[in-house]
Design a protein around this ligand. Structure first.
Ligand code: SAH
Length: 225
């Protein structure tokens, strides 16, 4: 496909998301700005603007565009806010959030060193000033806290790890898929395609006296390691 065809496919995707999901125009505009085809493996580029997840290597996936839109919307961030991402993957979700909060405000950690390196180079080449580190979301970026918001793109077992919550200022949100504590998601392969992983998308709000929790439905993400 040519650049113009990718741009047209991206506009169609934004129209589809607008008609099916209750997300902010700012979020849709961010999705409409990020060249998703640059983030997927070359052989999958023609599929880049279909609303579905795609493999990105190392057994990981880039989330479907509607999931990126919903999670970005739930973060409820503005230009200038600083955001902590756990699970850079290919860097697409980080780029979408960077469209909203601006350069230098997204801090992302990726467990697989090869994915972290590739995402860092890709984001830089495409003009996104995102700070990418290889490491574990439980320990990364303590030196950059507090953040205005955080999100996980991998499913936390049982609950969002405390070190992630500790990095977010009071009033800030943490958006994350949370898997059953018993590791129910690990049985996915045995239950077959279409079965639920038991994961829930949650939005936590950090309060002085504790954590508020909202449930945003069933989801399916790769497990946090
Ligand atoms: N936001 C990504 C989605 C990547 S999938 C994108 O747009 O492409 C989730 C990613 O989380 C995977 O790349 C996986 O390696 C990473 N991950 C899993 N456990 C992690 C951990 N403990 N710390 C950091 N990253 C982790």
């Amino acid at each position: 496909m040519e650049d113009g065809q990718y741009a047209a496919a991206r506009r169609d995707l934004v129209e589809t998301l607008r008609s099916r999901h209750d997300v902010d125009e700012r979020t849709l505009s961010a999705i409409g700005s990020v060249p998703r085809h640059e983030f997927v493996p070359e052989g999958d580029r023609e599929q880049a603007y279909a609303d579905r997840p795609l493999p990105i290597g190392h057994g990981q996936t880039i989330s479907a565009p509607h999931m990126v839109a919903i999670m970005t919307d739930l973060l409820d961030v503005d230009a200038g806010d600083r955001v902590f991402e756990v699970g850079t993957g290919c860097g697409y979700h980080a780029a979408v959030v960077a469209e909203i909060v601006g350069p230098g405000n997204v801090y992302s950690v990726e467990y697989v060193p090869e994915l972290a390196t590739a995402a860092r180079h890709r984001l830089r080449r495409l003009g996104y000033d995102v700070v990418v580190r290889a490491g574990d979301g439980r320990t990364a970026f303590g030196d950059e806290a507090p953040f205005d918001a955080a999100y996980l793109t991998c499913a936390a077992p049982g609950s969002v790890p405390d070190p992630v919550l500790d990095r977010v200022r009071p009033g800030g949100h943490v958006v994350a898929p949370v898997a059953p504590a018993d590791g129910g998601g690990l049985l996915d392969g045995l239950r077959g395609v279409g079965d639920r992983s038991g994961q829930r998308l949650v939005r936590l709000t950090v309060r002085a006296g504790g954590i508020d929790r909202e449930d945003h439905g069933g989801v399916r993400f790769v497990p946090m390691r």
